[in-house]
Design a protein around this ligand. Structure first.
Ligand SMILES: Cc1ncc(COP(=O)(O)O)c(C=O)c1O
Length: 473
């Protein structure tokens, strides 16, 4: 009898849980409309949210799943900058495709452990297949090792760790103290700020970052790079790697990849291309020419959770030197399931140990739309970037960056960017940010990141912006 009661209780519980999945389906069907017609920017204080959570969730009394789900959804709708809103012109956080959302759910449901190939052969091979396809698009050789990461920061960290292992095979044993010369990494002020954190995390220290000048076009200046590398060699330092950015965070600028590739080859420097956002342009026939030279990279960062429009976190790291990857991350432990001689286990070739099935999001979305369908998404956003540029210029704004990618930095005389933005948010017109390019005053930065942004959205935003004090022509 006891067993029967227990079984029934278990069935009921399962029934409720399945009902919760139906609720997710219902919410997915309406979320686009709800977000599109709702506010973009929340106004809330930490105290308000903390008080709300304290009053409802002491975790002493269980709360039914459907009630918590409903509550969490209303919190997310109210208290979030809606990055999937068509008028979110933000920091590379995309609107997501339905296929990639479904993939995230499937990954959670099956919960495969990708640390080793043997535990999750299907999931590992799906990731490998997807990454090999993209590595081919970048023009990397067949032996390239690639893996999914939590995001661009982990990929860039991997690049520095692997470049160090490549240049200093003794490093794994002796550590940085044991090196005869101190490594130097070359970046520009346009490189992602995460490299400062990476310099600290790796023990290299901030002093190991050498800032190379940018020209007026905000691209790395080859002459200054050459000068700084020569100076460092003369001072007894060990120039290690050059970080080129393909689609800089602030201005969407692509560094001169072919020149930098050639220079790195001549100087025996590691050439890393941080294409966290801009890398997706490689699948667009109209844009891929702007990435010429990327095929020469020793390593590449490219995020699926940026311009490939899949949910966070999904970064990718590509490296053409398998031995360097292995010497950076190799691990031998008895408790991990048996090795498969012909494949690399992810825990021995990446920073992570336990590993989520990150790559399914990109695989499913690509399989569903096909390469041409995906290229269309990217080109549509690029067109919207052009529409935005033209519309701003027509309304008297001055465009201050140059890039073929859909990221527009702009200003006008007397603009105080922070004041302008707070009014923009208050009126729920759009979300965009401010950015400082070089030594000038902060300007406005708007990046088309949504597959849903239309020409009508853009024209409306630009019109409404002229009604804000400081925004009128
Ligand atoms: C050029 C570039 N590199 C690296 C990163 C860091 O990526 P993530 O936020 O995915 O860690 C970003 C983030 O915007 C970026 O723009």
């Amino acid at each position: 009898m006891g067993v029967l009661v227990q079984t029934r209780a278990a069935c009921e519980e399962e029934h409720f849980e399945i009902a919760a999945l139906h609720e997710v389906q219902r919410a997915a069907a309406e979320i686009e409309g709800l977000i599109e017609n709702g506010p973009i920017v929340p106004t809330v204080t930490p105290e308000e949210i903390r008080g709300y959570l304290r009053s409802r969730y002491d975790f002493a009394t269980p709360v039914p799943l459907d009630a918590v789900m409903g509550d969490v959804q209303q919190m997310l709708r109210k208290w979030q900058v809606h990055v999937t809103h068509p008028r979110y012109f933000g920091l590379f956080n995309p609107s997501v495709t339905v296929a990639s959302v479904v993939a995230d759910l499937l990954a959670a449901m099956y919960n495969p452990q990708l640390a080793t190939w043997r535990t999750s052969p299907a999931a590992n091979e799906i990731e490998r297949h997807t990454l090999a396809w993209l590595a081919g698009k970048f023009g990397l050789p067949d032996e390239t090792v690639s893996n999914f990461t939590s995001g661009g920061q982990e990929s860039n960290l991997s690049a520095v760790v692997v470049a160090l292992a490549h240049a200093f095979p003794e490093l794994g044993e002796c550590g940085l103290h044991g090196l005869a010369k101190s490594p130097v990494i070359y970046v520009t002020g346009g490189a992602h700020h995460g490299f400062v954190k990476i310099a600290r995390m790796t023990g290299l220290g901030r002093a190991a970052l050498r800032t190379v000048s940018m020209g007026e076009d905000l691209k790395m200046e080859l002459a200054d790079l050459a000068k700084k590398v020569a100076e460092d060699r003369n001072s007894g330092l060990a120039p290690l790697m050059v970080i080129a950015t393909a689609g800089s965070t602030a201005a969407g600028v692509i560094d001169p990849l072919p020149d930098l590739a050639r220079f790195c080859r001549e100087e025996n420097l590691w050439f890393h291309v941080d294409a966290a956002w801009g890398g997706a342009a490689v699948i667009s026939p109209g844009l891929r020419g702007h990435l010429a030279g990327i095929s020469e990279a020793d390593s590449i960062t490219c995020d699926a959770h940026k311009w490939f429009s899949v949910p966070m976190g999904a970064g990718m790291f590509f490296c053409r030197h398998p031995n360097a990857v292995l010497s950076a991350f190799e691990s031998e432990v008895a408790f991990m399931p048996g090795k498969t001689s012909s494949v690399l286990d992810p825990y021995t070739s990446t920073t992570q140990w336990s590993r989520r099935f990150i790559g399914l999001k990109l695989f499913l979305a690509l399989a569903e739309r096909g390469e041409a369908g995906y290229a269309q998404l990217i080109e549509q956003q690029t067109r919207m970037g052009d529409v935005l540029r033209r519309s701003l210029e027509r309304s008297g704004w001055r465009i201050v960056n140059r890039t073929p990618l859909p990221l527009v930095c702009f200003t006008r005389n007397g603009l105080v960017a922070s004041k302008f933005l707070s009014e923009l948010y208050k009126r729920q017109i759009a979300w965009m940010s401010e950015v400082q390019l070089g030594s000038g005053e902060p300007v406005l930065r708007a990046c088309v990141t949504s597959i849903r942004t239309t020409e009508t959205d853009i024209e409306w935003v630009v019109r409404e912006m002229s009604r804000i004090p400081g925004g009128e022509s």
